[in-house]
Design a protein around this ligand. Sequence first.
Ligand code: HEC
Length: 123
Amino acid sequence: MKENLKFFFIKLRVFFLLSFCCTFFYFSLPKELNAFEATLGESLFKHNCAGCHINGGNIIRRSKNLKISSLKRNGIDNPEAIAKIARQGVGIMDGYEDKLGDNGDQIVANWVWEQAQKAWIQE
Ligand code: HEC
């Protein structure tokens, strides 16, 4: 009887330990991935876009900047629309599909969209 009880408590402990690990894993993984993507997005932006869009502005056409008001005015209201511009260009801006690499358009667009939400103010 005593042995049974001990066994039960061991099982209980293993169960809690496993649930804890799974929860920890579940919560930590997506965050790590997001952090990685954000860093990658920032770096892609610095290398391919910041030359003209420094701090979300536009040194060539000031009104076509990456601030939320300008994006919305020009009908760009989601990251996919930005990704398309990054890939194919728009108006006098060239596309950067070759330089951005696999998924780079989407990753940099997500980063730009996030910065636009935060008014390009770095944390
Ligand atoms: C050589 C300068 C240059 C570079 C580099 C550049 N852009 Fe642009 N971008 C422009 C110009 C100029 C426009 C305005 C084009 C027009 O409407 O004729 C523009 C417009 C845009 C717009 C539309 C903005 C609006 O409010 O309508 C987005 C979004 C954009 N660029 C994203 C990017 C991203 C993302 C990158 C990097 C992958 C990038 N650009 C790189 C010059 C540049």
